[in-house]
Design a protein around this ligand. Sequence first.
Ligand code: RRO
Length: 323
Amino acid sequence: MELAVDLFGVRFQNPVLLASGTCGFGAEVITVTRVAALGGFVTKSVTLEPRTGNPAPRVAEFGAGMLNSVGLANPGADRVRREALPWIDANLPATVVFVSIAGHTTEEYSEVVQILDDGPGFLGFELNLSCPNDAQRSGLPFALDPEALHQVVSGVRRRTGRPILVKLAPNTPDLTPVIRAAEDAGADALTLVNTLPGLIVDPEDGKPVLGAGVGGVSGPALRAVGLHAVWSAAQQTDLPLIGVGGIGSGRDAAQYLAVGASLVQIGTASFWDSRAAERSVHELRTLGIARRARSVLELRGAAIMPASRSEEATPGRESVPLG
Ligand code: RRO
């Protein structure tokens, strides 16, 4: 089965990428993950100034996933331009890379893009408008404020001709205003979703487990939320969608394709199994072959076409094992 996906003028050898924040700038994971076997990766979010991040502990596991508050730790735009991008260019020349950008202000996004735009080794930008752990924005990410999102995306649009992915937050009852704003401001695709705000408390002392207190929930707990967000976005935009949240297998990835994603990203699962993304590629191929698909593109969209779906529905089959 053909796994390649053509998007943004390039060919992704398969639709499985590593998600931002889980693979550094590539160099951090190449000894444990065969990055070149994947569709690509998204770097850790880059800000204008270097950031040391939040106090430890920054991650904690719980029964259904993980909570993190890394606090945007990164080396800053100048160093990424000087060191990380040339490294990617030299060591992963065939890998499709997106650089994630974050900032406290609209201007910061544009300045970071301006610094990085002429750099080597990457295709485009993923604007992280949805970090739940930026204390300076008091828990209100740009992605929950359509006007602020519009300003950031249109500012970046004026400074780059590269593809712009806009990464949205899951904690909104209605994605419509932010999707409209992203489209109107010139986004090329949407990435859904970032982590969901959460809190874990130590019952022994009643204190939050993470050094920063609250954090972002990822892992299996996020999968149904992410699937719902992509499914909902697919009803209202023709922009390509990139699904992320709780993917740890080919079967999880297939669910995101079914709700309309063109590409998927794997994050937290890589912490538990550094080969999770590569394994998911193989599992997706096996699943596609079993479904007699010639291309992974044929796995896309079945869950957003209720009419054709109901024609094929098996009478009496009320629940489908998706595990
Ligand atoms: O660095 C973080 O704490 C972080 C970021 Br930037 C993000 O976008 N999502 C997340 O869960 N953590």
